[in-house]
Design a protein around this ligand. Structure first.
Ligand code: ATP
Length: 326
């Protein structure tokens, strides 16, 4: 009921009467009043006027189940939210829920992760109060070999979601990092549980730097946040809801064709490595090449100095610009 009341307050430009809310939810006036008091405690400014009702004057950067659910307008992506003030990693929570049969599209969100994860066992910084850590649980009916493409589907959803919210052009550093002004604002980690020919579940974790102003020494040269780049504080729940909308749209295009052909053009429009010289950090030996774009299965197409073309699979590889991170 809390998320629904919030949604009604947000959608209404004028007062909503207490009686209207009582009738809508079939509850007492005291129950409605209690929800309003809870919302005020969480930081919402709600005006209550006798004979008129309630009106929402301001929402702060609240991260909660009710706030996120009040903003999500999708059919299934993020319609159901599991929220933690603190957890080890939202990917871990999503995987545990995946084992227990939790439904497709459930979104796990934390204000802070104590053991945020990056690719290849690396860490992800996700401090309290200013970052987004979220993981969506999916049960796609596609062959397991195709699931890694979902990382690129999410990368496009984040880049486009950020443009929708802030009007800035976020880029994608192949395959899964979102950058603004050549610095990283988001990392994505996909994990899955499969049988030989069947996917039990896939979880896609997304860490977004939203309102951080400083970063630990190890990453301060390569990391940035939406606030640092735009100069404005950004409400995290709005970013989450918008990314979910974009994700649902691109996911449906992806599962229909079981490849990226439907969204490849949009992905390449965001790809910062496109038509650039790159350094491919292959565990078998780093080398330089010229990146052309991606193919329909998400590999990066590069041309080597001798003119041969190669398609590189994301698994173990990172890409850098020749002179820096991008
Ligand atoms: P990269 O090309 O950046 O190495 P990757 O895909 O191999 O990308 P990820 O798994 O996306 O790496 O991210 C893990 C790395 O990101 C960490 O090793 C660290 O260097 C960096 N990192 C950790 N936390 C953050 C953060 N909040 N913002 C930006 N970068 C971070």
């Amino acid at each position: 009921m809390k998320a629904e009341i919030l949604r009604l307050l947000k959608e209404s430009s004028s007062y909503i009467s207490g009686q209207q809310l009582c009738d809508h939810f079939q509850v007492s006036r005291t129950a409605v009043w209690k929800v309003m008091e809870q919302l005020k405690k969480e930081g919402y400014t709600i005006e209550a006027v006798r004979n008129k009702g309630y009106r929402l004057l301001d929402s702060p950067d609240v991260l909660s189940k009710a706030e996120i659910e009040s903003l999500v307008t999708t059919k299934w992506a993020g319609r159901q939210v599991v929220y933690y003030d603190e957890t080890d990693s939202t990917n871990n929570q999503a995987k545990a829920a995946g084992e227990k049969g939790e439904v497709h599209g459930t979104l796990f969100v934390a204000d802070r992760q104590t053991a945020g994860k990056g690719r290849r066992g690396r860490g992800w910084e996700s401090p309290s109060g200013n970052s987004v850590s979220m993981t969506i649980l999916l049960r796609p009916e596609i062959p397991p070999v195709k699931a890694p493409m979902l990382t690129l589907v999410m990368a496009l959803a984040v880049a486009d979601g950020i443009r929708d919210v802030l009007g800035v052009d976020a880029g994608i550093k192949w395959p899964n990092d979102i950058v603004l002004n050549k610095k990283k604002i988001c990392g994505i980690l996909t994990e899955m549980s499969t049988e030989i020919d069947y996917i039990n579940y896939v979880v896609i974790g997304v860490g977004i730097n939203v309102n951080q102003e400083t970063f630990p020494d190890e990453i301060k040269e390569t990391a940035t946040s939406l606030k640092v780049e735009t100069g404005k504080p950004v409400k995290r729940a709005g970013v989450i809801a918008t990314v979910m909308e974009r994700f649902e749209q691109y996911y449906e295009q992806f599962v229909q064709r079981e490849d990226l052909s439907g969204i490849r053009e949009a992905y390449e429009a965001c790809l910062v490595n496109r038509d650039r010289d790159v350094r491919v950090l292959d565990p078998a030996g780093a080398y330089e090449a010229h990146a052309k774009g991606i193919n329909d299965t998400g590999e990066l197409i590069v041309v080597l100095p001798d003119g041969t073309e190669r398609e590189i699979y994301a698994g173990e590889v990172s890409v850098r610009g020749i002179y820096g991170y991008v």
